[in-house]
Design a protein around this ligand. Structure first.
Ligand code: BV8
Ligand code: ZN
Length: 245
């Protein structure tokens, strides 16, 4: 891919860069994106209908099993060149902030140090009543495992639709979007709020906004550079174009 020369020179001189990633950055690690149709027995469900407190209330076992299946896939997944390119960016840009909507922990697995997880992490489990973190649990396949401390059912430590994002993480992400010189939106359809508002906050603070995504999104008309294709190819290529190796 040819990279616009002015983008290359902008990155060479940038000292403050913020990146927002979505499920697309993990697609080449073999993990389904949210908008991908689900497979097998899960094909009859939409993620938006399962990732809610109401769904867990209504059928805790169904929601618990969906997350158990996804957790297994996440634990077996490896970071891809897109994740590693973001580690390289973190090492080269003085003030680098990585904000992710993903719950798969692959940025940390790739070696990213400062990761803001806006939507939690699927490998962490907590009590749905008292919030106590659960390091391990017995699952007899019938009853959803319950908290060691109260009668609450365990749940994944992720932010469901209709739930508030963690305050500190969101404030950090907004501050980074408002103060960066360059903002990257990578592998996200830009429809889930409030994460989707971050690129607009960056634009309003006169940052250069770059979209790296397999297809156009509602953000595309507002970005300075739309690099459409696979993030696992575009990001490593961009790092090479800017820093040579
Ligand atoms: C909240 C964790 C306060 C769970 C997730 C304002 C306006 C409109 C709606 C709302 C709003 N405020 C609140 C809402 C409601 C809702 C929302 O945004 N709904 C949407 C659907 C309209 N938001 C919330 O409920 C949030 N809470 O705001 O609290 C509140 C409370 C009540 C009422 C009002 C306000 C909570 C949102 C968090 C939900 N949890 N995940 C779990 O994982 O199970 S979100 C979930 O979607 C994932 O985190 C995912 O990351 C995220 C976004 O999806 P994407 O990452 O973008 O993935 P997607 O599949 O969509 O796109 C992938 C893209 O990658 C595609 O474009 C594809 O082309 C591209 N791609 C694919 N392969 C590649 C690639 N790109 C590059 N390379 C590739 N190889
Ligand atoms: Zn509890």
């Amino acid at each position: 891919m040819e990279y616009p020369p002015e983008l290359i020179s902008t990155l060479r001189s940038a000292s403050r860069l913020a990146v927002l990633t979505g499920a697309g950055v993990s697609q080449e690690s073999g993990l389904r994106t949210f908008r991908d149709a689900q497979a097998g027995l899960w094909s009859q469900y939409r993620p938006e209908d399962l990732a809610t407190p109401e769904a867990f209330q209504r059928d805790p076992r169904l929601v618990w099993d969906w997350y158990a299946m996804r957790r297994e896939k996440v634990n077996a997944a490896e970071p891809n060149p897109g994740h590693f390119a973001l580690v390289a960016l973190e090492q080269r840009i003085p003030h680098f902030t990585l904000i992710t909507q993903n719950v798969d922990g692959l940025h940390q697995k790739a070696g990213s140090l400062a990761v803001i997880e806006l939507h939690g992490n699927i490998t962490r489990v907590k009590c749905s009543l008292c919030g106590l973190a659960a390091g391990s649990w017995q699952d007899n396949g019938v009853q959803v495992p319950s908290c060691g401390c109260c009668a609450g059912l365990l749940r994944p430590d992720v932010v469901w639709f209709g739930e508030q994002l963690p305050r500190a993480e969101l404030e950090q992400a907004v501050a980074a979007a408002r103060s960066c010189q360059v903002f990257f939106s990578v592998g996200t359809s830009g429809v889930v709020h409030p994460a989707a508002a971050l690129a607009h906050a960056a634009k309003n603070n006169a940052a250069v906004v770059v979209e790296v995504n397999a297809e156009a999104t509602p953000l595309t008309p507002r970005v300075d550079y739309a690099l459409h294709g696979k993030s696992g190819e575009i990001l490593p290529g961009l790092v090479r174009a800017v820093w040579g190796e």
